[in-house]
Design a protein around this ligand. Structure first.
Ligand code: SAM
Length: 276
């Protein structure tokens, strides 16, 4: 092994982890990307300009960090594992490292401070929550290039009518255009996860589908209705005490008998506006 281990070499990563006395932590989703091609795809998808400030959540040993650093004006990382933090500090100097659970960090303050892009191989247990939290930020970033579980990627990119369409598609889709860039085999990680993954690109919409003032009600409405996704929207709204249901639905362009999974984001937004 050289002084600076190659993070795309399974052998060198194994040796490094051993040297650090570290066993990948399943609870923290520590499946390290060791495939150079996939790492390049994540970095390229972020379309980083030299003047830009980029956020990476969960840098781990730094395989993606070392690709982002030369492209960006500045890089901020949030990492929860103290062993990873110590190693990152020894490996890189020109970056800001926040040792914390990303869920406890005021992300909106980071974005307000000028971070415009997010690139990350997200810890899978908190990926959905983080994507929604970021989408809800007042200063949400203009583009995110993320590796997430394939099943979650399907939910992120699915249009209405698809069996994967639901709360995640709608809450993120209100603010971002989400696309699947590349499916990733478990063999691209060390240790390999049990599931396939995918790189997704989230591009901020110029005009959000839902306004800030309407968003809390929009979110409540979507969550309540999807908790009964097999029922007809008219029946659900009646149970929620909405009146007169059919007039409201007609004004929003929705039929009484439609199921939540068939209603596109624009019509959820229209329904929210009418309800408020
Ligand atoms: N970026 C590295 C790579 O691609 O090889 C590591 C990605 S690994 C899937 C997820 C990383 O997120 C781990 O380093 C883990 O310690 C870190 N992590 C897990 N949960 C976290 C959290 N809630 N906040 C911040 N970092 C977290």
């Amino acid at each position: 092994m050289t002084d600076t281990p190659r993070l795309t070499s399974p052998k060198e990563v194994r040796a490094l982890l051993e040297k650090l006395g570290h066993r990948p932590n399943k609870g923290l989703g520590q499946n390290f990307l060791i495939d150079a091609n996939i790492l390049d795809i994540i970095a390229n998808t972020a379309e980083i300009q030299p003047s830009e400030s980029v956020l990476e959540i969960g840098p781990g040993l730094g395989a993606l960090t070392e690709r982002i650093l030369p492209r960006a004006g500045s890089v901020t990382c949030i990492e929860k594992d103290p062993t990873m933090v110590k190693y990152l500090k020894s490996r890189f100097s020109e970056f800001t490292l926040i040792e914390s659970d990303a869920l406890d960090v005021d992300l909106d303050a980071l974005f307000a401070g000028g971070i415009t892009k997010v690139a990350a191989n997200l810890p899978y247990s908190v990926a959905s929550r983080l994507m929604v939290d970021i989408a809800e930020c007042a200063h949400r970033p203009e583009l995110m290039s993320l590796t997430i579980q394939k099943e979650v990627a399907d939910r992120l990119v699915s249009p209405e009518g698809s069996k994967h369409y639901g709360i995640l598609s709608i809450l993120t889709g209100a603010f971002y255009k989400n696309t699947l860039v590349k499916k990733i085999s478990p063999t691209c990680f060390l240790p390999p996860p049990k599931v396939w993954s995918a790189v997704v690109k989230m591009e901020r919409r110029e005009v959000p589908i839902v306004g800030n003032a309407d968003y809390p009600m929009f979110k409540n409405l979507v969550k309540s209705c999807f908790s009964q996704r097999r029922k007809q929207i008219g029946t659900i709204l009646k149970k929620l005490g909405v009146s007169p249901v059919d007039d409201l639905l007609a004004d929003a362009g929705i039929e009484h008998s439609e199921r939540p999974e068939r209603i596109d984001i624009e019509r959820w937004a229209a329904l929210t506006r009418l309800l408020s």
